[in-house]
Design a protein around this ligand. Structure first.
Ligand code: NAI
Length: 396
C-alpha cells in the first residue's frame, strides 16, 4: 500500500517502512565513517539497550553495533502492522537494524514488551544467560508516558511545572504559528508519577535483576540519558516535573555505584533533539527550531547519531571520562555554549508567526520530525506501494 504521513500535532500515526530503513542505513553509514574505538580503551562487546528502537537508544545501538562490533540485545515497546495500519517507526527501524547487522555477522536480537515489567526483565536475563553469559554494557534510554511497577501500581508521567504556572511563546505545531502557551503546575501526585516513570527506579531494578542473576560482567558499564537545557526552559524542563525525574535518575547513578561497586554507572546529559518523546514537551519545540538554526550556522549541529558517536568516541569508553562537578558526562556542552545561548535568546525575543520561517530553522525541525517516521527522504519513492507487514528476524 502507499503510505503517507498522517500528522496530529506532535505525533505521526503512520510510518514508512522503506523510509525508516533509509534512516537506519544513514545512521549506520555515519558511524562507519568514524573510528569509535581506540587502543587501551574499553570495547563493549555484549550490549543491552533498553529503549533501543528510536531516538537516542537506536543511535546508541547503532554506535555499539557498527562502531564497536558489539552484539546487541534491544528492548522496545513497539507495534507491528496489522495489515491495515502501518507498524510504529521503531518496529521498522528495528527490522532494518537486525537485517543490516546480520549482513555483517553482528548478533542482534530484540525483545518487544514492557521494559518496566518483571516478565520482560526475566526474558531478557534468560536470553543473555543463554546467548552471552553476561552483558558488559547496559544503555538505559527509555522515554515512556506511563509505568506499571512490579507491585502493579500504574504511574503516569506529566510535563508540568512544579511551582507557578509558566507562560511563554510556543510553536503551534498544527499550523506553525507562534502563540503563548501556559503550562500549569503539577499536583503532588503528578510529580510523584513523573519521577516513578522517568526517574531512576526502574534503571536500578534492571541492574539489580541483572546482578542477582549473575548476568552482568565485572566492571560492566551502564549509562542513562539526562537533559538540563537552557534557563529559558527551566520552568518547564529542568525545574519542572521531568527535571525532578531526571534529578532522581542522576542520583540513581550514585545509588548503583554504592550498591554495586563493580558496576560503573554513568549519566550522559545529551543535547535537545527532536524525537517522539521530546516533541511532546510544550514550549520546547520552538527552542529546538531556534537552536537548530543557531547551531547549524555555527557548524556544530548534531543529530542523535552524531551525539552518540561523539559520546562513545570521546567520552564514554575512556577509563576516566571527562565529567562535570556532579560526575556527569556533558554532551550538551556545545548546546549550552554562551555564544549559542545568547544568539538563541536574541532570536527567541524576536520570533513571531510572521518571521518564524526566516529566523528559526522550523524547516529543520519538520525535516527531523518527518524523518523519524520514515518520510522526506529524497531517494525513497513515496508514490510506490510498499509492504507494511515487515517482520523482525529475531521476533517470531
Ligand atoms: P524516544 O521516544 O525516541 O525513545 C524511547 C524508547 O523507549 C523507544 O525505543 C521505545 O520503544 C522505548 N520504550 C518506551 N516505553 C517503553 C516500555 N514501556 N518498554 C520498553 N520500551 C519502551 O525518546 P528519546 O528522546 O530518544 O529519549 C531517550 C532518553 O533520552 C530519555 O531518557 C530522554 O529523556 C533522554 N534525552 C532525550 C533528549 C531529547 O531531546 N530527545 C535530550 C536528552 C536526554
Amino acid at each position: 500500500m502507499k503510505v503517507e504521513p498522517k500528522i496530529r500535532e506532535f505525533i505521526c500515526t503512520t510510518a514508512h517502512p522503506e523510509g525508516c530503513r533509509e534512516h537506519v542505513k544513514r545512521q549506520i553509514a555515519c558511524v562507519k565513517r568514524e573510528k569509535i574505538i581506540h587502543e587501551g580503551e574499553r570495547v563493549p562487546k555484549k550490549v543491552l539497550v533498553i529503549g533501543a528502537s528510536t531516538g537516542y537508544g537506536l543511535a546508541s545501538r547503532i554506535t555499539a553495533g557498527f562502531g564497536c562490533g558489539a552484539a546487541t540485545l534491544g528492548i522496545m515497546f513497539e507495534k507491528p502492522s496489522n495489515g491495515k495500519r502501518t507498524a510504529t517507526p521503531g518496529w521498522y527501524n528495528t527490522a532494518a537494524y537486525e537485517e543490516e547487522a546480520r549482513k555483517e555477522g553482528l548478533y542482534a536480537k530484540t525483545i518487544n514488551g514492557d521494559a518496566f515489567s518483571r516478565e520482560v526483565k526475566e526474558k531478557t536475563i534468560a536470553l543473555i544467560k543463554e546467548d552471552w553469559g553476561k552483558a558488559d554494557m547496559v544503555i538505559y534510554s527509555l522515554a515512556a508516558p506511563r509505568r506499571t511497577d512490579t507491585e502493579g501500581n500504574t504511574w503516569v508521567s506529566s510535563l508540568k511545572t512544579t511551582g507557578e504556572p509558566f507562560t511563554e511563546k510556543s510553536l503551534d505545531l498544527r499550523n506553525n504559528t507562534i502563540a503563548e502557551k501556559t503550562v500549569e503546575p503539577a499536583t503532588a501526585e503528578e510529580l510523584e508519577g513523573t519521577k516513578k516513570v522517568m526517574g531512576g527506579e526502574d534503571w536500578l531494578d534492571w541492574i539489580k535483576a541483572l546482578k542477582e542473576a549473575d548476568a552482568l560482567a565485572e566492571q560492566a558499564l551502564t549509562v542513562a540519558y539526562s537533559y538540563i537545557g537552557p534557563k529559558l526552559t527551566y520552568p518547564i524542563y529542568y525545574d519542572g516535573t521531568i527535571g525532578q525525574a531526571k534529578r532522581h535518575l542522576e542520583h540513581t547513578a550514585e545509588v548503583i555505584a554504592e550498591e554495586f561497586p563493580s558496576v560503573q554507572a554513568r549519566i550522559s546529559v545529551n543535547k535537545a533533539l527532536v524525537t517522539q518523546a521530546s516533541a511532546a514537551i510544550p514550549i520546547v519545540p520552538l527552542y529546538f527550531a531556534i537552536l537548530y538554526r543557531v547551531m547549524k550556522e555555527q557548524g556544530n549541529h548534531e543529530g542523535c547519531i552524531e551525539q552518540m558517536v561523539r559520546l562513545f568516541k570521546e567520552k564514554l569508553l575512556k577509563e576516566t571520562p571527562p565529567v562535570d562537578e556532579k560526575g556527569r558526562i556533558r554532551m550538551d556542552d556545545w548546546e549550552l555554549e554562551e555564544d549559542i545561548q545568547n544568539r538563541v535568546w536574541e532570536i527567541w525575543n524576536q520570533v513571531t508567526t510572521e518571521n518564524v520561517e526566516q529566523i528559526s530553522d522550523i524547516r529543520g525541525y519538520w525535516e527531523d520530525f518527518y524523518q523519524m517516521f520514515g518520510f522526506g527522504f529524497e531517494n525513497i519513492d513515496y508514490e510506490k506501494d510498499v509492504e507494511i507487514q515487515v517482520s523482525i528476524p529475531s521476533i517470531k
